[in-house]
Design a binder for this molecule. Structure first.
Ligand code: ATP
Length: 375
């Protein structure tokens, strides 16, 4: 798939923008703080109905405006699909083919994107929360059921936590609703854990050969999903449910002391190993960079396999950060296969010839103009 056209109205520093993109490589070039990332973010928001930079949608609306709007024409296998997202103080409205969607989970997934930005290096080194967010966003792109389960899970956990909080410090619980919520909680938690196991396995399958290629055959990457220690991927859902229930029973007094749920997928993590060593702990900057790049390229393959179409790749300020070999590997992999948007302040650091031939857009203070190479 690819984005043919993007229109912004009152989005970040754009009052109004209307851009057409090539299905190949598009380079947005401009000085700092002109609005390059804002375009990438707008495409991300159009796809995921939320920003990768902030959870506060109001920040996306142009200062002083009441609403902001992102429209995109997405070329899919079967034709052009118009998508529209309106952001206002009252919330957001999403339209597919001009029809308003009642649930955002029905909207997400019409446009698939893979974003690679400097903060993705934190994916390997940062907190488990960053990696859980990555899992949720990526699985959510291909599974509506997962998004729905996740929403329900957080709702039920809040209800369960509210009872724990109300009884905090006591030595027992008499609220009949607690068992009802715990049953629902276990059921949803296991559905999420099973999906994450499945996703991590697919990610591993795609990322391993990619990482091996980028490291010139020297490194083996292994990705594992870490959940409670007695839950294993080959167990049945029932077995997993029993394990979680036993764990929660064992933790009951500590949960009452703390007033929160202490076991479940909200505490899980993804771990990356290179040649048997944990990259989070022992990896060099270069190994972390390679692992992050392998992960992004694996996501492209995974989305392609799940949806039958290539996602759109957004490379925000990362290309010139990669050395020549990694740049070439990345650009050779995507060339002619994946619509790509690249932002940079300067093309001089990007040596690969595909960038020389790409469509250029000059971004200056909330405007973006298509440019010929000789301009
Ligand atoms: N809600 C908003 N309304 C108006 N302007 C905004 C809003 N949010 C951010 N901006 C402005 O957008 C600009 C930043 O744009 P952006 O992050 O896209 O920069 P960039 O071109 O990617 O720069 P860099 O190369 O430094 O990453 C800043 O000037 C900022 O003040």
């Amino acid at each position: 798939m690819h984005i043919e056209q993007l229109k912004l109205r009152n989005y970040r520093n754009y009052e109004s923008l209307d851009l057409s993109f090539s299905p190949n490589i598009n380079v947005l070039i401009g000085e700092n703080a002109q609005g390059k990332t804002n375009v990438m973010e707008a495409i991300y928001v159009l796809a995921m109905a939320k920003s990768h930079r902030t959870s506060n949608d109001r920040e996306l609306i142009r200062w002083g405006a009441d609403y902001g709007k992102i429209e995109g024409a997405v070329q899919r296998k079967y034709g052009v699909l118009p998508l529209e997202l309106t952001l206002s103080k009252k919330g957001k409205k999403a339209r597919v083919n001009h029809l308003e969607q009642q649930r955002l989970s029905d909207y997400i997934g019409q446009l698939n994107v893979v974003m690679f930005a400097p903060e993705d290096l934190h994916l390997i080194k940062g907190s488990p929360q960053v990696r859980r967010r990555f899992l949720d966003m990526e699985i959510g792109q291909v599974s509506r059921v997962y998004l729905h389960d996740l929403l329900q899970f957080h709702k039920v956990m809040r209800q369960r936590n509210a009872i724990l909080k109300a009884n905090q410090g006591r030595s027992g619980l008499t609220d009949v609703m607690f068992d009802v919520y715990t049953d629902q909680y276990v059921d949803l938690a296991i559905r999420i854990i099973r999906k994450r196991f499945e996703f991590a396995e697919m990610l591993q399958k795609w990322a391993e050969p990619i990482h091996r290629g980028i490291s010139r055959g020297l490194e083996e990457l292994v990705i594992t999903y870490e959940t409670m220690k007695d839950i294993e991927p080959d167990q049945s859902a029932e077995e997993m449910g029993n394990r979680l229930r036993e764990r929660l029973d064992g933790l009951r007094q500590r949960e009452l002391d703390r007033g929160v749920t202490l076991a479940g997928p909200h505490r899980d993590d993804l771990t990356f190993f290179v040649n048997g060593h944990n990259v989070q702990v022992y990896g060099s900057q270069g190994q972390q960079r390679t692992a992050a790049l392998s992960l992004k390229l694996a996501e492209i393959e995974l989305l392609r396999q799940e949806t039958g179409e290539s996602p759109v790749l957004l490379l925000d300020d990362v290309l010139s950060e990669l050395d020549d070999y990694r740049q070439s590997h990345l650009l050779n992999t995507i060339q002619g296969q994946v619509q790509t948007l690249v932002t940079t302040t300067n093309v001089d650091g990007i040596t690969h010839e595909t960038i020389r031939k790409a469509d250029l857009y000059r971004v200056t203070a909330g405007t973006a103009e298509h440019e010929n190479h000789d301009d």
